[in-house]
Each structure stands twice: as structure tokens, then as C-alpha cells.
Ligand binder design. Structure first.
Ligand SMILES: [Fe+2]
Length: 211
């Protein structure tokens, strides 16, 4: 049986953000740590079922429940890593004119401002989840999506290039529940556009290789 080492908690240096307190960041990082642990634990428990080479009929309900939870825990881990990675206390408010992301946003939405209006609106949708700008690796087009919880709404094979957490834990220490729009403004003032550009460039490199 192949052996993969357990996932490790990644470290992010995110103190000093604008409008998102260090207290929120620390709470959020500890929640992320929980997803890494839960993903590893789930993998271990599922592997136990296969020790004798098959899943028996009586094991199927427990096996099914754990397997369904994989999408929740895995996406909880990976989306938080994307979210933390696309934040920085050294951020600039908008991507520069030469930015790969900006070019794609303009081609997909006519203008950067229109892309931003759409992304922010997705983030204001009621419910618990994520606003994610994905890139279609085949056409290069950007689209903004709502993801419920962590796993409902991700588009298979699309690359997440900008990820915003809008679970309440992302902002409730700093803002009232009705002030999600202020958190979204704060998120925008902390985006690491260099990372977002790199994600677009990586997706485009794969696209060229596949062509
Ligand atoms: Fe979160």
C-alpha cells in the first residue's frame, strides 16, 4: 500500500493586516490547524477499513460517513491555505497594469472594477462559505463562485486564484455580523496580488503545455 506522510500545518506570517486583527488571525490559524489534523485523522480511519483488502457490507455505513466527510475536511484545509497565502500586510490596493490577473479580469469582465464588484457581491451572499475566483484552465477565463461550507460549489479542475473566507469566524471578532461588507473591504486592502498573479501564470503555463 502506498504511504504518504501526514499533511503538515503550514505557517503564515499574517500579523499587522489592515482591518483584520492579530486576534482574528490567531484564532483563524488555530481553526485551520484543526482541519489539517482532521484530514490526517480521517485518512487514517478510512485506511483501517481497507487493511483486510475490502470494505465489508456491515462496515459500509461507517465507511460512507467518513468518506463523505473527506470533502469537508480536505477543502477546509486547502482553502484556508489559499486564503492565508493570498493575504499580506505589505499589500497594494490594486494589481498593477501589467498584472496577469488584471489582464484576465479585464478580458473576463470588461474591467477590473466590474470583476471586483462581482467578487464582492458573491462575498456578501448570505450563508457560511467562501467567495472564490476560479480560472478555467482551458479557456483562461475567470469566474467568481460561491462555495457553501468548504465543498459545495468548487468547480472540478478549475484553479482557485483568489480565495476569501466569509465564514463568521473570519471577521466576528472585528465586526458585527451585519458588517460583512466592511470585512470584505479589509480583505481587499490586504490581498497579496503577487501571489494571485503567480497562480494565474501557473495556470497559463499548464495551459500552454497542454495545447
Ligand atoms: Fe476560516
Amino acid at each position: 500500500m502506498p504511504h504518504f506522510p501526514p499533511y503538515r500545518v503550514k505557517s503564515f506570517n499574517l500579523h499587522g493586516l489592515q482591518g483584520i486583527s492579530d486576534k482574528t488571525v490567531d484564532l483563524h490559524l488555530s481553526l485551520y490547524e484543526g482541519y489539517v489534523k482532521a484530514t490526517n485523522a480521517l485518512q487514517g480511519r478510512i485506511a483501517e477499513f481497507l487493511k483486510d483488502g475490502s470494505v465489508d457490507q456491515e462496515e459500509m455505513p461507517a465507511y460512507s460517513e467518513l468518506t463523505r466527510r473527506l470533502g469537508f475536511e480536505y477543502n477546509g484545509m486547502v482553502l484556508h491555505e489559499h486564503y492565508f497565502e493570498n493575504l499580506s500586510s505589505q499589500a497594494s490596493l490594486k494589481p498593477e497594469g501589467s498584472s496577469a490577473f488584471r489582464r484576465r479580469a479585464e478580458a473576463s469582465f470588461d474591467s477590473f472594477d466590474r470583476w471586483q464588484a462581482d467578487f464582492s457581491s458573491v462575498g456578501k451572499m448570505r450563508g457560511v462559505g467562501w467567495a472564490i475566483c476560479f480560472q478555467d484552465p482551458e479557456s483562461g477565463r475567470l469566474t467568481n463562485h460561491w462555495v457553501t461550507l468548504h465543498e459545495h460549489g468548487n468547480v472540478a479542475g478549475f484553479a482557485p486564484v483568489l480565495v476569501m473566507d466569509v465564514w463568521e469566524h473570519a471577521y466576528l471578532l472585528d465586526y458585527a455580523p451585519s458588517q460583512r461588507a466592511q470585512y470584505i473591504d479589509a480583505f481587499f486592502s490586504n490581498i497579496n496580488w503577487r501571489i494571485v498573479d503567480r497562480r494565474v501564470e501557473d495556470t497559463e503555463r499548464l495551459r500552454k503545455r497542454a495545447a
